[in-house]
Design a protein around this ligand. Structure first.
Ligand SMILES: [Cu+2]
Length: 159
């Protein structure tokens, strides 16, 4: 008699397991840098600049500013700077020099009235920024009223 012995061992070793681990490490590395930009709502009022968040990831950032007044027109200038919010280069009457030493002007929402909204989109790199209302008004008594000196400046961080 003749007997046949069949060996049916089919061990297929999946070598793709190692590749899957490498891929997940690469994805984790990309998510850690805080990129992305986004939208920042900002409230402008007498006399404060109040962003809804203190920071955002770098990239295209859209600022949507609402003038809550109650009485004055406001604007919003974006400076990249390491100077403090009260240390920006300004004239005696309180107008920030938008081309001054230590500040880089990144963009501006021009002056608009209470109850209205202004928008700007800027491409921002990581760093420290200050948002300012740079209006200096002529008062009826002949004096000047600087919105910056009255308190309309705030620090904002881009990660
Ligand atoms: Cu203002």
């Amino acid at each position: 008699m003749i007997s046949f012995t069949q060996s049916a061992r089919r061990n297929v070793r999946l070598r793709s397991a190692g590749l899957a681990i490498l891929a997940s490490v690469a994805v984790a590395g990309l998510t850690g840098c805080g990129a992305g930009g986004g939208t920042v709502n900002v409230n402008l009022q007498e006399f404060a600049v109040v962003p809804a968040v203190a920071s955002i990831g770098h990239g295209k950032v859209t600022f949507v500013a609402t003038n809550s007044g109650p009485d004055d027109p406001h604007e919003m200038v974006i400076f990249k700077t390491d100077l403090g919010v009260h240390e920006l280069p300004a004239s005696a009457e309180g107008k920030v020099d938008e081309a001054g030493a230590g500040v880089t002007m990144m963009g501006e929402i021009e002056e608009f009235d209470p109850g209205k909204t202004g928008t700007i989109t800027v491409d921002l790199t990581s760093g420290r920024y200050v948002l300012v209302c740079n209006i200096v008004q002529d008062e009826p008594d002949g004096t000047k009223e600087s919105h910056y000196l009255k308190g309309m400046s705030v620090e904002f961080t881009v990660k």
